[in-house]
Design a protein around this ligand. Structure first.
Ligand code: ZN
Length: 312
C-alpha cells in the first residue's frame, strides 16, 4: 500500500468565482473546507500543494472544442452558459489556477505514487466537449484523463464518479478522445434525475474490465444500499480493470442533508469510498470536488472521505 501523503490543491481563486445571487454553488463550499484541510495538515496528515497558475486555458484545449475555450478566454463580463451556469473574468482566473494543477498532475510518471485532493470551483463533471452546463464551465477531470492518455497511451485510467448527478460531460469527452481500452468509467448517481443520462443502457465491458458501468440509484438510497453497490459492483470491476491511474469526481450531494440530492447517504459511505481508494497501490490518485450543497454536510463528508483514504 502506498504511503505517500495526501496532497491538497486548494483553488483559492475559486473563492471569487460568482455563480450568481442565492446560488447553491457558492464560495462557501470552498471556504468551509479550509479548516478541514488545515486541521489535517497540522496533524501531519497531508500537505498543501503549491501551484503556479497557467497564463491561459490551453490545458483545456486538448479536451474541449477550441471555440469554447476561445469564448472563455475572451470573456470581459459575466455571462450565463445556461440557466444556472454563470462565468465571468474571476472564473477564468480560477480555471487558470486549476490548469496549473492539471499541468502538475499530467506530468506524474505512470506508477509514481501521488495522492491529491483538488478542492476547486466551479465543478467540472457536466462540462462536455462542446461547452459548459450544470454549474460547470470546463471539465477538469476529463482534461487530466486526456492529457495522461496522450502522454502514455497504454496507461489504464479508472474514473469513479460518486456525485448524485451523472457525469455526462466526463463520459462524453472520454468516449470522444480516449480509446475504449484506455478507460473504465464507473458512475453512481440518482436516476432518473438531472442531467437525464446514465440509465445503464450504455454500459459495456471489455475483455480486461474496461468500459462503462453506470449504476442508476433510486431517490432515498442509504448507506446500506450503497455498501452493497460498492462491494458487489464497483470493487470487483475496479479490481478486474487494475488501473494505473484513478481519477475521482468527488461529489457529496448524495448526502442525506443535501438540499438538491434527495438521497440518504451519510459520512459512513464517504469514509468507505475513501477506504476503497486507500487500496490503490502506486500510481496517481486524484480527486476533484464536484457537488455538495449543504456546507456542514460537505465539510463533514470531505473529512470522513480523507480519513478513510488515510485510514485514520
Ligand atoms: Zn451533483
Amino acid at each position: 500500500m502506498t504511503s505517500s501523503p495526501i496532497e491538497v490543491f486548494f483553488g483559492y481563486a475559486g473563492l471569487s468565482h460568482d455563480s450568481g445571487p442565492d446560488h447553491p454553488e457558492s464560495p462557501g463550499r470552498l471556504s468551509c473546507l479550509l479548516p478541514v484541510f488545515e486541521s489535517r495538515v497540522k496533524r501531519n496528515k497531508g500537505k498543501f500543494l503549491d501551484i503556479r497558475p497557467e497564463p491561459d486555458l490551453s490545458m483545456y484545449r486538448e479536451s474541449h472544442d477550441s471555440a469554447h475555450v476561445d469564448f472563455l478566454e475572451s470573456l470581459s463580463f459575466p455571462l450565463n452558459l445556461d440557466g444556472d451556469t454563470r462565468v465571468g473574468p474571476p472564473t477564468i482566473l480560477a480555471l487558470r489556477e486549476i490548469a496549473g494543477a492539471l499541468r502538475d498532475l499530467s506530468g506524474v510518471r505512470t506508477g509514481m505514487p501521488r495522492r491529491v485532493f483538488c478542492a476547486v470551483r466551479p465543478p467540472g463533471h457536466h462540462a462536455h466537449f462542446h461547452g459548459g452546463m450544470g454549474f460547470c464551465a470546463v471539465n477538469h477531470l476529463a482534461a487530466l484523463a486526456v492529457l495522461r492518455a496522450r502522454r502514455n497511451p497504454s496507461e489504464r485510467i479508472l474514473v469513479l464518479d460518486f456525485d448524485v448527478h451523472h457525469g455526462n460531460g466526463t463520459i462524453d469527452i472520454l468516449n470522444r478522445l480516449l480509446t475504449p481500452e484506455q478507460f473504465l468509467f464507473i458512475s453512481t448517481h440518482r436516476y432518473p434525475f438531472y442531467p437525464g443520462t446514465g440509465s445503464g443502457r450504455e454500459n459495456r465491458e471489455g475483455s480486461s474490465g474496461e468500459g462503462i458501468l453506470d449504476i442508476p440509484l433510486p431517490a432515498g438510497t442509504d448507506d446500506e444500499d450503497y455498501r452493497i453497490v460498492l462491494d458487489e459492483w464497483i470493487l470487483p470491476r475496479w479490481d478486474r480493470f487494475a488501473p494505473a491511474t484513478v481519477l475521482v469526481s468527488a461529489g457529496f450531494d448524495a448526502h442525506v442533508a443535501d438540499p438538491l440530492g434527495d438521497m440518504a447517504l451519510t459520512e459512513t459511505t464517504y469514509r468507505r469510498l475513501g477506504e476503497a481508494l486507500s487500496f490503490c497501490e502506486g500510481g496517481l490518485t486524484a480527486c476533484f470536488l464536484e457537488g455538495g450543497y449543504s456546507l456542514p454536510a460537505l465539510a463533514a463528508s470531505v473529512d470522513a472521505f480523507l480519513s478513510g483514504w488515510d485510514r485514520d
